[in-house]
Write a protein that binds this ligand. Structure first.
Ligand code: TYD
Length: 212
């Protein structure tokens, strides 16, 4: 089973993934957790280029780098794990590309679909949990102990996070569109709900899937 988590930076995916891994372990289900971009030696190097460097990267270059990282992870780690009957939890998958490179950077969605099909080898998640959050709220969370900047700008942010508030509003709009189009697979969760409420909802959805 392939479970993916999506949401803008700061929506609380990591916390929910940790809680889910623990809950699955209690049920006797061992899950492998991976994050995109990253997860293999080459994919981690690509992650560094995409997030840590201050180089200018064109939208197409960015798309292809995220896709190259994905191809490595999928073929080297995810496909073998799924073939061995393992449950895989992915912190971001191709919906991030649609939301960030499509709606955020403005790349053509039809072109993205072709590249996604190539980089994923056609693999689709069984279920996707999307944690919905206003970009302003995400900023507050990120800077909770410091003064809050007025936009996604500044040295302590990674290259993607420096893309600005309007970019994040477009990304969120993208996620909400994806949720409307894929309402069978995409579970929309309110990231402002208490952590335990979100977790219970995730478990309820998974139980429903196992029974079906
Ligand atoms: P990461 O530090 O993993 O962010 P988070 O903790 O929010 O998941 O950084 C991943 C960044 O890369 C994040 O800003 C989203 C972006 N991204 C894309 O733009 N396109 C993609 O296809 C993927 C997988 C991530």
């Amino acid at each position: 089973m392939l479970i993916t988590f999506e949401g803008i930076d700061g929506a609380g995916k990591s916390t929910q993934i940790q809680k889910l891994v623990h809950a699955l372990a209690v049920m006797g289900i061992e899950a492998i957790t991976l994050r995109e971009p990253g997860g293999t030696t080459v994919a981690e190097k690509i992650r560094h280029i995409l997030l840590e460097s201050s180089h200018e990267i064109t939208p197409i270059g960015e798309l292809l780098l995220f896709s190259a990282s994905r191809a490595e992870l999928i073929q080297q780690v995810v496909m073998p794990a799924l073939a061995n009957g393992k449950t895989v939890i992915l912190d971001r998958f191709f919906d991030s590309t649609t939301a960030y490179q499509g709606y955020g950077r403005g790349l053509d969605l039809e072109m993205l679909r072709s590249i996604i099909a190539i980089s994923t080898c056609g693999i689709n998640p069984d279920i996707t949990f999307y944690l919905d959050l206003e970009p302003e709220e995400a900023l507050k969370r990120k800077f909770s102990k410091r003064s809050i900047p007025l936009a996604f700008e500044g040295e302590e942010l990674d290259r993607m996070e420096r893309s600005g508030l309007e970019f994040y509003h477009n990304v969120r709009r993208g996620y909400l569109d994806i949720a409307r189009i894929n309402n069978g697979r995409f579970v929309l969760l309110n990231a402002l709900d208490p952590v335990a409420v979100i977790h219970d909802s995730i478990i309820a959805h998974l139980k429903k899937m196992f029974v079906a």
